[in-house]
Design a protein around this ligand. Structure first.
Ligand SMILES: [Cu+2]
Length: 347
């Protein structure tokens, strides 16, 4: 968190020093958690770096918070035996470093490339034997590496004054590993090396197609916009599963207290469907190893800050937390998310 505060203070300090100059509008880009939100002029390039963190803690069944003991004694294991989920995730941290490249061959078309590197850790509580709520121990699983590389195109559909609408098209390539292993503790007290559950895998193992629309409008001290994005997997991967379809809706408004600084509020809705198929090597008696448990819905509220300089440099920060979340089965509860980013545009 201290890194986040440092970037925020830095951004504020820099904005005050150039507050009376006329640079690019900070809010001509959406809050930094939104991807594919802006196009570039013909011949313009942009490189970017984002650090995205998400922290999950506790468990959700439907709309209710549930305890690890309840999961271990009441939730049926589809890979039985054991009959119940004896290995219960307590918390998960997902860190993503993402390098981005944008280039506009024309005023109408901007192309994008995104390279993600992921670091995931998940803490577990293991309950002893086949039943009861005696705790046997704890372990942490980790995975890290390249995620799925994404290619995108933004096609201008309409613009009038400071209002614009574009089409988002993209494909993510199956560059992330779907066979990541880790060392786990079993309810029988053995330490084993196994393929880790779905949320710890680094990619989809199959291309995901995405399509959407982004609308943005700028006025004097205000701006606002909205984006709808839909991801669909092309088929099952070599391990026998595919991620569920994903629909994301986002809308934001930003206010400029100074010419180079904007503050934003965003609401983001996510609908993630269940995994289809299953990997026969993912068999842990754990909620994260059941493909049905990937189905979640969430509404997040996020506060953001954008700063833009003359020379094409931008810094941005966005922090948020869910205001409503639902799991079709049993899922981890999202606590908070933070994105910090740097962008540099040049010709
Ligand atoms: Cu850009």
């Amino acid at each position: 968190m201290s890194r986040v505060v440092a970037v925020a203070l830095c951004a504020c300090g820099l904005s005050l020093s150039v507050a009376h100059a006329d640079g690019p509008r900070p809010d001509s880009h959406a809050p930094i958690g939104v991807m594919g939100d802006h196009r570039h002029r013909a011949g313009e390039w942009m490189v970017s770096y984002r650090h995205m963190d998400m922290h999950m803690s506790g468990l959700l069944a439907g709309d209710e918070t549930v305890s690890p003991e309840w999961v271990a004694t009441e939730v049926a294991n589809p890979n039985a035996p054991p009959a119940f989920m004896r290995v219960v995730p307590l918390s998960m941290s997902m860190h993503m470093h993402m390098l981005g490249l944008m280039w506009a061959p024309s005023d109408r078309l901007t192309t994008m490339l995104m390279l993600p590197h992921l670091e995931n850790t998940m803490d577990h509580r293991v309950f002893q034997g086949m039943m009861g709520d005696t705790v046997l121990g704890h372990f942490t699983a980790e995975s890290r590496g390249l995620g799925d590389v994404k290619l995108g195109a933004l096609w201008g559909l309409w613009s009038a004054g400071e209002d614009s609408l574009h089409l988002n098209l993209g494909v993510s390539l199956p560059t992330g590993d779907t066979t990541v292993e880790g060392t786990v503790l079993t309810p029988m007290g053995q330490t084993m090396r196994v393929r880790l559950p779905y949320p710890m895998q680094l990619g989809a193992g199959t291309p995901l197609w995405s399509a959407g629309l982004t609308w943005a409008a700028l006025r004097d001290a205000w701006s606002w916009g909205a984006q709808a994005l839909f991801d669909r997997p092309s088929g099952r991967n070599d391990q026998g599963w595919r991620p569920g379809a994903r629909s994301a809706l986002s809308s934001w408004a930003a206010w400029r207290p100074a010419s180079s600084l904007s503050l934003s509020l965003r609401l983001a809705w996510l609908d993630q469907e269940a995994i289809e198929g299953r990997d026969p090597l993912i068999t842990a008696p754990s909620p994260t190893a059941d493909p049905a448990n990937a189905a979640v819905r969430r509404l997040d509220a996020l506060l953001g800050l954008n700063w833009a300089s003359h020379g094409g440099h931008r810094l941005a920060l966005e922090w948020g937390r869910p205001i409503d979340q639902h799991a079709d089965g049993v899922a981890m509860r999202v606590e908070r998310m933070v994105t910090v980013g740097y962008q540099y545009a040049f010709e």
